[in-house]
Ligand binder design. Structure first.
Ligand code: ZN
Length: 354
């Protein structure tokens, strides 16, 4: 019969099965011939000690192995040591294959669930994971991107700056926060930072300041997506504000026109255009933002947004709000809109260069 454990360095002696676990008694197969510490001394038996090691689950149950482990004393260097069991992890009360299992599973399961599954402390799972990450980090070198992207992700209640390699479509790094105090030293000390030629970002002023100060050679590109979203937000806010001062009848009408304003330019009929012009005559401010809106889809230019410096500030659009996470960006300090508008002066088909 095959051995229950199927480990080369251990022989199963007894298996105690209960409803929710396996307890296995086993003994070591290999013994020392000469002392591994001084390489010359002879070893003498020096008693034994019962030790327990957690193993990978079998049949959905956690497994614990008990070993009556022999102990030796070297006649030459007088050190004491245990018999060798190659399948045990050198650092933890676990088999090496359990540590490998935890390492692999820790990416797809929560630490708590995994700890329950293999019947170890949650802290042990976390330490195994940390060790693995440290090991990977030590032997992985990320090449500094030629086209670097900066954006943010909200993770555990806080925005974290995410640095990407735009050309390779990979994540380069994630920082603990997106604060200036965090990013300034990070980019200042970035390895091979001279190789960064372009930096793509949203309009969050901190990113711009940091990149200008630390990567002076890089050209900043504002991701078109952020401008489009900002223009959308501006239009919506403007529409709502205008509506407040209207009669009920006009208000209902403008509500209906919402979809007209959001239509793509090439989808507009002649009748649509007439209705738009009517609104624009009545509310010139609306026409400014509508121009932004109408041109964005056809990829021509973002017009007026840069010239009408007051618009974005007045409407209080948040230029740094996280992608797809509207309204949760940095609280507007009033002049962010102006600064954002500064960056829009030069215009380009795909991206707006600052
Ligand atoms: Zn020795």
């Amino acid at each position: 019969m095959t051995d229950f454990l199927q480990l080369r360095s251990l022989k199963t002696l007894e298996i105690l099965t209960s409803e929710d676990s396996y307890v296995v008694k086993a003994e070591g197969v290999n013994q020392w011939v000469t002392c591994p510490l001084c390489k010359t001394g002879r070893l003498h038996g020096h008693g034994s000690q019962e030790q327990s090691f957690q193993d990978t689950p079998t049949h959905g149950k956690p497994v614990v192995i008990f070993i009556q482990r022999r102990r030796y004393r070297c006649t030459s260097c007088t050190k004491t040591l245990f018999e060798p069991v190659a399948d045990l992890d050198g650092k933890r009360q676990a088999t090496a294959r359990l540590v490998r299992y935890i390492r692999d599973q820790s990416f797809s399961k929560t630490f708590a669930a995994l700890a329950r599954e293999v019947a170890v402390d949650e802290k042990t799972v976390r330490h195994v994971f940390d060790d693995f990450i440290e090991e990977v980090e030590a032997k992985t070198q990320f090449r500094t991107p030629r086209v670097l992207g900066i954006d943010e992700l909200k993770i555990i209640g806080q925005y974290r700056a995410m640095i990407t390699n735009v050309e390779r479509k990979t994540v380069f790094d994630i920082r603990p926060s997106r604060a200036k105090a965090e990013l300034m030293p990070y980019f200042r000390d970035l390895r091979d930072k001279d190789s960064v030629e372009w930096v793509a970002m949203d309009m969050y002023h901190v990113y711009r300041q940091v990149v200008r100060a630390t990567l002076p050679q890089a050209r900043i590109v504002v991701d078109r997506f952020h401008i489009q979203r900002m223009a959308n937000d501006a239009l919506e806010k403007l529409r709502k504000r205008i509506r407040k001062d209207l009669s009920t009848r006009q208000r209902l009408k403008l509500k209906d026109e919402r979809f007209l304003l959001l239509k793509r330019q090439h989808d507009l009929t002649g009748r649509d255009m007439d209705r738009m012009r009517e609104w624009f005559q009545q509310f010139p401010l609306l026409s400014v933002s509508a121009d932004v809106k109408l041109t964005r889809f056809v990829g021509v230019k973002v017009t007026h947004l840069g010239e009408d410096r007051g618009l974005l500030a007045a409407i209080d659009v948040d230029p740094g709000a996280g992608s797809g996470d509207q309204g949760a960006g940095p609280s507007g300090d009033g002049d962010q809109g102006d600064r954002a508008a500064d960056g829009l002066r030069a215009q380009h088909g795909q991206a707006v260069l600052a």
